[in-house]
Write a protein that binds this ligand. Structure first.
Ligand code: AMP
Length: 502
């Protein structure tokens, strides 16, 4: 019997001696070895008592074994929830309880803190360390490999909890069909093949590193240089052996800060892809000037996988996220779901085989965000130009309303970022006694530069309407970002919430 996702990603590589993972110490793991490990992890999940449809929570350091457990879960029909390694025990408890996970796998160092969590949730706990040791790894080495369990396109593969910077984190239900269909589109759109070598320095608890990067490499049959994290020296050292890299914008800015980045270093590369957070146009331009490559920016989210991409051949436009991917319908809407005129800003809605099945155990939340006709309300604000290119101008909750006027932070940020001496900026709203909200600009100066408050105000006065101009400008050494490179606007809003208090 067929297993929709397993067969396509892993099953067809079984017995293949070609490299799948190349590790930072130079060690190599073949597809055949990986599949054997996955089959044993599937066996260990089943002997722990998990049945198809049951959930396993994973708070693990990135490693080949973490990936093999994920493959094993898919093989056994077990739904997995990968958790950010930064989550505290209290946060993990919410996820394990919410998902009703029967097993929590963690790193040995976290076992003491997480054992009571698992006990309170009625889940078993198992240890799997990044170096391949731990009780669960030992159990897997002595059990019989489990057979591949039948799963259809509609069956759940994973629960991916949203970043949840505000409110309760929601478990996005991803089906076998959601994940496979998107990987198929991306392999084709980005021209991945067996000849590629993907430089993988992203975390694998998030859709970008797990589903976009890993599934695309697997489907194409391409090996990955699988690094535990983004370490500048290691990434630069690995670049000559790679052909493609997927990264968040901070990968690109950090590489640009290093003098070793030049055309020789990237001579073997055919494609650089960026996503998960906006790539500044300036970064795009600097990257092209230094390397000769135009970064391909794409846009997606946990609930939908990838929605849009700049073209492989054709114009990759800085500051845009490109065109809707094949099979994805995208419209820009007002609050009622009616399309706004072309070029106007509204909320982006998407529909397609990539869009998730809803939020786990949250039918009301699902109904608020997933329309009966299948369109998902992304919460991202954007517009589409006459050629169909999509530009994201921010999240709905980032919209600032000052004196009754709407202000899209991106518009102000773009003007600020273009000023001499400004490296980057973030614009948020803060409660204001007169205007409801007032604009606050947080500016990061370029190294060695000291842009002056008055000069910035004068420059903004040239290009922005008065109501859009910051009522407060703060200077910081860096913007607060999460592991995926997203600026944490909620943290900035909190920092400046009293700035206009009278
Ligand atoms: P996540 O669910 O953690 O992957 O976050 C998804 C969100 O990241 C989207 O809804 C967007 O707000 C943002 N995002 C992803 N890719 C881009 C991009 N290329 N440009 C701007 N924002 C992006």
């Amino acid at each position: 019997m067929a297993n929709h996702l397993y067969d396509a990603l892993f099953g067809r590589h079984e017995g293949r001696e070609a490299d799948f993972l190349i590790l930072s110490d130079g060690a190599r793991l073949s597809h055949a070895d990986f599949a054997r490990r996955a089959a044993r992890f599937a066996g260990a999940l089943m002997t722990t008592g998990l049945q198809p449809g049951d959930r396993v929570a994973l708070q693990l350091e990135k490693s080949p074994d973490m990936l093999a457990v994920i493959a094993g879960a898919i093989r056994a029909g077990v739904v997995f929830l990968p958790l950010n390694t930064a989550y505290t025990a209290a946060e993990v408890e919410y996820f394990v309880a919410d998902a009703g996970a029967k097993l929590l796998l963690c790193d040995g160092r976290a076992e003491a803190a997480l054992a009571p969590v698992a006990a309170r949730c009625g889940a078993a706990i198992g240890v799997l360390n990044a170096d391949g040791t731990g009780g669960f790894a030992e159990a897997a080495s002595v059990v019989a490999p489990a057979d591949v369990r039948p799963r259809t396109a509609g069956d759940l593969a994973a629960l991916l909890y949203t970043s949840g910077t505000t409110g309760r984190s929601k478990g996005a239900m991803m089906s076998h069909g959601n994940l496979l269909s998107n990987a198929e589109v991306l392999v084709d759109f980005w021209r991945f093949s067996e000849d590629d070598v993907l430089l993988h320095a992203l975390p694998i608890f998030h859709t970008h590193g797990l589903f976009v990067a890993t599934n695309v490499a697997l489907l194409a049959g391409a090996p990955m240089i699988f690094l535990p994290k983004f370490d500048l020296d290691t990434v630069i050292g690995a670049m000559p052996r790679a052909t493609t890299m997927m990264g968040v914008p901070t990968f690109y800015t950090r590489l640009l800060d290093d003098a070793r980045l030049d055309r020789d270093l990237v001579a073997g590369m055919r494609l650089f892809i960026s996503g998960s957070a906006p790539l500044m146009s300036e970064t795009h331009r600097q990257w092209e000037a230094r390397t000769g490559h135009r970064i391909l920016e794409r846009y997606g989210m946990t609930e939908t996988n990838m929605n849009t991409s700049n073209p492989y051949e054709g114009d990759r436009r800085a500051g845009t996220v490109g065109l809707p991917l094949p099979g994805v319908e995208l419209k820009v809407c007002d609050g009622e779901g009616n399309a706004v005129p072309q070029g106007e800003i509204g909320t982006i809605e998407v529909r397609g085989p990539n869009v998730f099945k809803g939020y786990w155990n949250m039918p009301e939340k699902t109904a608020e965000e997933l329309r009966p006709d299948g369109f998902f309300i992304t919460g991202d604000l954007g517009c589409v130009d006459a050629d169909g290119y999509v530009t994201i101008v921010g999240r709905g909750r980032d919209l600032i309303i000052s004196g009754g006027f709407n202000i899209y932070p991106k518009e102000v940020e773009l003007v600020l970022d273009a000023l001499p001496g400004v490296l980057e900026s973030a614009v948020v709203g803060a409660p204001h006694p007169d205007f409801g909200e007032g604009v606050v600009a947080v500016v990061v100066p370029e190294p060695g530069a000291a842009p002056d408050d008055q000069a910035i105000r004068a420059a903004l006065g040239q290009s922005l309407a008065k109501f859009k101009q910051p009522k407060h400008i703060a200077f910081r050494d860096a913007l607060p970002r999460n592991t995926m490179g997203k600026v944490q606007k909620a943290a900035l809003r909190e920092d400046f919430k009293d700035i206009f208090a009278s």
